[in-house]
Design a protein around this ligand. Structure first.
Ligand SMILES: [Zn+2]
Ligand SMILES: [Zn+2]
Length: 278
């Protein structure tokens, strides 16, 4: 019997994420998720008019706690995304979606993330209201929303899904900008970005999987990978590579953990080798 079966968790959101998250937790562990309308914008927005102060994880946990406080529930879920280049792949924008589950009864936080490179994340600067130079196909418009604002400051801001509104917004922002410069970017709020909503769904499924696994020592939910140890040997020359040779599975509550050897510990392709392929 899973400790979350039949219980309810709050989901702090204003942006319609419930459809992507609730089914992920219902099937595997029987946890009901209810949407709680709290103003998460106070913790930072994508437009940049309200910057995020903490780390991505801190912000997600703070959001979850807003929903828990508002609903009076001791279980809370929240998501937080970042968009931009990642260390391993600096030339393409990635969407990194973090989902957390805060459990104040057991005193633990479970987290999972999903990385995706296909969520439309266009950002262009228009010099003279050249609406034609907006890459609408890459932006996934009009299914994916756009945000239009003058380059200086954040007023006025238009959030839209319509061609005529887009033209009018670019004109209005060009007039409001001292340099007649307008910034057009994808709207990443979940209900305006179907691509991001899919990433949220995948991240929520991973988190539900993690929550489903119970610690054999203390019974707490969230048994799963907590660390990976690099150093798998090159199959040609035996030099250690950055590929993981083992992973550590651990509990989110107690100290229990086990190390598990990965198949890569038997040897990996020389293209990963710092000696064979420097
Ligand atoms: Zn444990
Ligand atoms: Zn080698």
């Amino acid at each position: 019997m899973h400790p979350y079966r039949g219980r309810t968790a709050s989901l702090a959101t204003r942006h319609g994420k419930l459809v992507a998250i609730a089914p992920a937790f219902r099937a595997p562990i029987g946890l009901e998720v209810v949407s709680v309308d709290v103003d998460t914008d106070s913790l930072g927005t994508f437009v940049g008019d309200r910057p995020r102060h903490g780390s991505q994880r801190e912000t997600a946990v703070a959001k979850a706690r807003l929903g828990m406080a508002e609903s009076g529930l001791s279980l809370g879920i929240a998501t937080e995304a970042t968009f931009g280049p990642l260390a391993g792949n600096p030339f393409v924008n990635a969407c990194l979606e973090l989902v957390v589950l805060v459990d104040d009864d057991l005193g633990l936080v479970l987290a999972e993330h999903e990385v995706d490179y296909s969520v439309p994340s266009v950002s262009v600067t228009l010099r003279d209201a050249q609406v034609e130079s907006i890459p609408l196909i890459a932006a996934g418009f009009p299914e994916h929303g756009l945000i239009v604002r003058p380059e200086e400051g954040y007023q006025p801001v238009f959030k839209l899904h319509d061609y005529d509104e887009l033209r009018a917004a670019v004109r209005a922002c060009a007039e409001a900008s001292p340099s007649a410069t307008v910034v057009v970017e994808n709207d990443f709020r979940a209900h305006h970005s179907p691509g991001r909503l899919q990433v949220i769904e995948h991240a929520a499924q991973k988190l539900a999987q993690r929550a489903a696994a119970l610690c054999r020592e203390c019974g707490a939910p969230g048994w799963g990978v907590v660390a990976r140890n690099p150093g798998a040997p090159c199959s040609e020359c035996g030099t250690e590579t950055r590929i993981a040779k083992s992973e550590v599975l651990g509990c989110a509550k107690c100290e229990a953990s086990v190390e598990r050897r990965l198949p890569e510990s038997e040897g990996v392709d020389p293209r990963h080798c710092p000696s064979c392929n420097p």
